[in-house]
Design a protein around this ligand. Structure first.
Ligand SMILES: [Zn+2]
Length: 443
C-alpha cells in the first residue's frame, strides 16, 4: 500500500500544458487527444494532506479511485473540444483517528459532479438563458439531471459574489407570486417613481423574510407594502418596527383579478372571445371593440355565475377608480354571494387587514402612477417562466439582466432592476425555452 503506480517520467509536459488545469499533471498515454489521464500535482510531493476530521498530517494513501470528468478545451473563441479526464484521486487514511478515510482535495470539480468546473460554468451560463437540454446538446455532453443543481448553484454563487450591496429604499413592497405549485415572494423597491425588483425569495416562511430584511438598513425603511401573509407581517414587525405597514389598492386589485381568472377558467370554458382572460378582467371602459362588448354580454347570459362574478368584479374596478374608503370596500365585500367562493381570499383580506388598508388610505401615497400595471407585468412574467427549480428561476430572472446601481459614499450600491427591463429579459428567456430555440455561443 502506498507504493506509487506512476512516476515523474510518466508525466507529459505537452499534454499537461494542453489541458491547462493548474493542479493536474497529465500522464503519457496511447490513444486519442480527447482523453487525458491525470494525477494531482501533489502526487509527487512529500506534502501530506491533513485529515479533515482531526487535522493530523499523519495520513497515508489507502486507495486510488479513477474518476471520470467531462471537460472543455477551447481551441479558439468559438471552437471547442469536449474531452474526458480520468483523474486518479487518492483516498487517504488518517493514523490520528484511525478509521477515517477521505479523498484528497480538488478544486477543478465539485463533489458528485461529472463535469469539471470550467465546463460546468459554460453549461450554467447557457442555462441562464436557454434550456439546459439545448445547451448540453450544443456542447455534446449528456444533460445529466443529477448535476444540474450543482452546476447552477456554483455559478449562481459566483455571480452573487459580484453583486454590490443593496441600497435600502424608503418604500419596500412584497408581492407573493405563484409559480407552478409554489409561492415565491418578489421584493420590490420604489425609486424615482418606478418599480424595481430587488430579489425573489425561496419561500414564504418568516425566516426567509427575515434573512432578506436583515440585508437592508432598517432605519431607512419608511413604508412596507405587504401581501396578506401572517409570516410576512410578523417578519416586518420584527425587522422594521418603525415602518408604516400598508396594504395597497394593488393587492386588492390583484386578488380580485386572480379570483376572476379562476372563475373564467372554471365557468368560461369555450367562451368565444379572443384573449378572454384579459378582456374579461379589464375595466369595461377599456373595451374599445363594440363587437367584443356585445359578445361578452350575449354569451354571459348562459353562464349566470360568470356573469355575476363579472358584474361584481366590474363594480370593484369602478370603486377603485374613485376616492374610496375602507367602508366602501367592506360594503362591496358584503355583496359577494357565497357561490362566488373564489373571492373568499379577498373577502378575508379585507376583513383581516383592515388596519393595513386604512393605513394605506390615510397615508401619503408615494406609489408610482403605473404601480398596478408594473406589478402585474412582473407577476405575469414570473407566471409564464418555464418550470424549473427555484435557484434556476431566480438566476434567470434576477441574475441575468444586471442590476441598476447608484453611487453612495463613493461605493456602488444596487437599486434593483427596473421592472420593464426585468420583464423584457424574463419574457425573452421564456421565449428561448418554450419555443425551443437552439443555443448558440454568445461571444
Ligand atoms: Zn484524523
Amino acid at each position: 500500500m502506498g507504493r506509487k503506480m506512476h512516476s515523474r517520467e510518466d508525466v507529459s509536459r505537452q499534454k499537461t500544458e494542453d489541458l491547462g488545469i493548474p493542479d493536474l499533471l497529465v500522464l503519457n498515454s496511447e490513444g486519442d487527444d480527447e482523453t487525458f489521464y491525470a494525477v494531482h500535482k501533489r502526487y509527487f510531493k512529500k506534502h501530506k494532506s491533513a485529515c479533515p476530521a482531526c487535522g493530523s498530517t499523519k495520513t497515508r494513501c489507502s486507495k486510488v479511485v479513477r474518476r471520470k470528468f467531462k471537460d472543455v478545451l477551447w481551441d479558439s473563441e468559438d471552437s471547442f473540444r469536449i474531452i474526458d479526464i480520468y483523474f486518479y484521486q487518492r483516498y487517504l487514511r488518517c493514523d490520528g483517528c484511525k478509521d477515517s478515510v477521505f479523498p484528497e482535495d480538488i478544486d477543478f470539480g465539485q463533489k458528485g459532479c461529472r463535469y469539471t468546473n470550467r465546463l460546468s460554468d459554460v453549461l450554467a451560463d447557457g442555462t441562464f438563458r436557454y434550456s439546459y437540454k439545448k445547451v448540453s446538446n450544443f456542447f455534446g455532453v449528456p444533460a445529466s439531471t443529477a448535476s444540474v443543481g450543482a452546476i447552477m448553484r456554483r455559478r449562481i454563487q459566483y455571480r452573487e459574489s459580484l453583486l454590490e450591496p443593496i441600497k435600502t429604499p424608503k418604500i419596500l413592497c412584497v408581492i407573493e407570486t405563484e409559480f407552478y405549485d409554489n409561492t415565491y415572494p418578489v421584493v420590490l423597491a420604489i425609486w424615482n417613481n418606478e418599480v424595481y425588483c430587488l430579489d425573489i425569495l425561496e419561500d414564504t416562511t418568516e425566516g426567509a423574510y427575515i434573512n432578506f430584511f436583515k440585508t437592508l438598513d432598517a432605519d431607512h425603511i419608511e413604508t412596507v407594502c405587504v401581501d396578506p401573509e401572517e409570516s410576512l407581517r410578523s417578519a416586518v414587525a420584527t425587522c422594521f418596527p418603525m415602518a408604516s405597514v400598508v396594504m395597497t389598492e394593488e393587492c386588492v386589485f390583484r386578488y380580485a383579478r386572480n379570483a376572476m381568472l379562476s372563475i373564467i377558467h372554471s365557468d368560461g370554458k369555450r367562451f368565444p372571445v379572443r384573449h378572454k382572460d384579459t378582456q374579461l378582467t379589464l375595466h369595461k371602459k377599456y373595451l374599445t371593440d363594440a363587437r367584443v362588448k356585445k359578445q361578452i354580454k350575449k354569451r354571459m347570459k348562459s353562464r349566470p355565475r360568470l356573469q355575476n362574478a363579472y358584474e361584481k368584479h366590474q363594480n370593484l374596478l369602478e370603486l377603485l377608480e374613485t376616492d374610496w374608503t375602507y367602508e366602501d370596500l367592506a360594503a362591496w365585500a358584503d355583496e359577494i354571494p357565497e357561490e362566488l367562493n373564489e373571492f373568499a381570499d379577498l373577502i378575508d383580506l379585507i376583513d383581516i387587514y383592515e388596519i393595513e388598508l386604512r393605513a394605506y388610505l390615510d397615508g401619503e401615497r408615494h406609489l408610482p402612477e403605473r404601480y398596478i400595471t408594473s406589478v402585474q407585468a412582473v407577476c405575469d412574467a414570473f407566471k409564464n417562466m418555464p418550470r424549473c427549480i427555484f435557484d434556476v428561476l431566480r438566476a434567470r430572472s434576477i441574475l441575468t439582466p444586471g442590476f441598476d446601481t447608484i453611487e453612495e459614499d463613493g461605493k456602488k450600491k444596487r437599486q434593483g432592476i427596473r421592472y420593464d427591463r426585468l420583464t423584457a429579459n424574463m419574457n425573452q428567456i421564456t421565449e428561448n425555452i418554450k419555443e425551443e430555440r437552439e443555443y448558440g455561443l454568445e461571444r
